[in-house]
Design a protein around this ligand. Structure first.
Ligand code: EPZ
Length: 427
């Protein structure tokens, strides 16, 4: 993983054209990596793992717990010993909220876990109360001491769990814990994301019986003795959508290959509603937007299969170029609008009212120096730089490198003019 600069300059206003291949899904690879902890003296092999900072953070966490992790050219092997450590290192856990995904596997596997509470971040408080309440219902004793979760059990019990909200991470933690818990567990109001299905595939490969993944009710018949297995990570629907929106916003022709179009349904519906035709093939999706204009739309972010919250900053950028007014309502996170102020610096007309933003389309953005507040906001600022005649500098790209593999190479292969700058203090 090269240490990339945190600043880039974009000389925008050029129509992007060509094709890119979708990376493996970050948000599938992370829980599947954590699920390896359920194995005892066995190996999990993963293919199409993206080379991202978050992946390396999770690999580091697994190594701290005692697993052996090898990762090269998209292939990862995780060798798990008979005995694991169950105290997680605060520095790694605080770096990445997805570290909380080791909680379920550790409690099921070791009967113990100590996990520093994940910090809040730019997109809201992001507690893990749903995870803890469900583990307690399965028979874990949960204490919060000195900012850490201390969980212990003499053995989890298969049971029925019903979530108040279809939390992705909580569904994943309980799915993994139940996979190693003999008897039938039922998860109601489960998250339906494709990444949940990929995790279930991995757990079935290890020997757990799972039905209903991808629906709101998942039935799990777990077993203590899970086997070595291998799994191919699904393509990243959010990364793929980001490149399609780059094609739209630069009024170019972009195709994303190696993607399951079904995962992009919510975006495709909205693009077509805005007047942007989308061509869908068996494993690729294309947009062709030369000289095209589009109109504003109204959308609300929702759990899958609704419009994904992880595309909210990017679609806000695209709708800021539309003819007319758009309205976005963010219903998944309690404050995912930190990027609005940065967008305004580039000339967007945005009126925030609670969890709703009213967007008035403008004919042109103005290049500026802006700062990424989180992974998807950073990606959206890059899209805006690409769509702007003139120069845009984006800072704090460390957020972007967490989720977009080879972004510079992919964007420049489509004709983007961008280059890394020395970090500000070095300049
Ligand atoms: C996953 O986060 C993704 N991360 C996020 O992607 C994504 O935005 C999110 O799901 C929603 O789709 C990974 O998969 C690694 P949630 P997660 O639990 O699991 C509240 C990206 O850009 N909540 O579905 O943390 C929570 O605060 C990232 O790749 C509780 O209140 O999301 C939020 O408002 C950003 N208590 C809502 O539920 C809990 O115990 C949805 O959270 C858990 C969640």
């Amino acid at each position: 993983m090269s240490c990339l600069s945190e600043r880039m300059i974009i000389r925008g206003g050029r129509a992007l054209s060509g094709g890119v291949v979708a990376q493996g899904a970050k948000n599938a690879a992370l829980p599947v990596m954590a699920s390896a902890l359920l194995l005892r003296g066995r190996r999990l092999t993963l293919d199409r793992v993206p080379d991202l900072q978050d992946i390396h953070t999770m690999a580091g966490l697994l190594r701290c717990l005692g697993a052996g992790v090898e990762f090269e050219n998209g292939r990862m092997t995780i060798d798990v010993p008979e005995d694991l450590r169950w105290e997680t290192p605060a520095d790694l856990v605080r770096k990445m909220r997805a570290s909380s995904l080791v909680l379920g596997p550790l409690v099921a596997r070791c009967g113990r876990a100590v996990l520093p509470l994940p910090g809040g971040c730019a997109i809201g408080s992001r507690p893990i109360d749903f995870h803890l309440k469900a583990l307690a219902k399965m028979g874990a004793e949960i204490d919060l001491e000195h900012g850490s979760v201390h969980a212990r059990t003499n053995g989890l019990k298969a049971t029925r769990i019903e979530f108040d909200f279809p939390s992705v991470g909580a569904t994943e933690n309980i799915l993994m814990a139940a996979a190693m818990t003999p008897g039938e567990s039922v998860i109601e109001n489960a998250a339906k994301e494709p990444e949940i299905i990929n995790l279930a595939q991995a757990l079935r490969g290890m020997g757990a019986r799972i039905e209903g993944d991808g629906t709101g009710t998942i039935r799990v018949d777990g077993t203590k003795d899970l086997e070595s297995s291998s799994i191919r990570i699904i393509p990243d629907r959010i990364e793929a959508s980001t490149y399609l929106l780059a094609g739209v916003m630069t009024r170019g022709d972009v195709t994303v290959n190696g993607i399951n179009p079904e995962y992009l349904e919510a975006l495709i519906v909205k693009l077509e509603e805005a007047g942007i035709p989308v061509c869908v093939f068996a494993d690729s999706v294309s947009v062709s937007c030369r000289d095209r204009r589009w109109k504003g739309v109204t959308l609300k972010t929702l759990p899958y299969p609704g419009f994904p919250t992880d595309l909210q900053p990017q679609i806000m950028a695209a709708l800021s170029m539309a003819d007319g007014t758009s309205v976005i309502q963010e219903s998944v996170f309690d404050s995912r609008y930190v990027h609005v102020s940065e967008f305004k610096r580039m000339g967007c007309k945005l009126d925030m009212q609670g969890n709703t933003v009213v967007i008035t389309g403008v004919s042109q953005f103005s290049g500026a120096e802006v700062r990424a507040s989180d992974l998807r906001a950073g990606a959206a600022l890059i899209l805006m730089g690409l769509a702007t005649d003139g120069e845009t500098i984006v800072n704090s790209l460390n957020h972007v490198w967490r989720g977009y593999e080879s972004l510079m190479m992919k964007m420049t292969s489509l004709g983007a003019e961008m280059e890394l700058l020395p970090d500000a203090e070095e300049a």
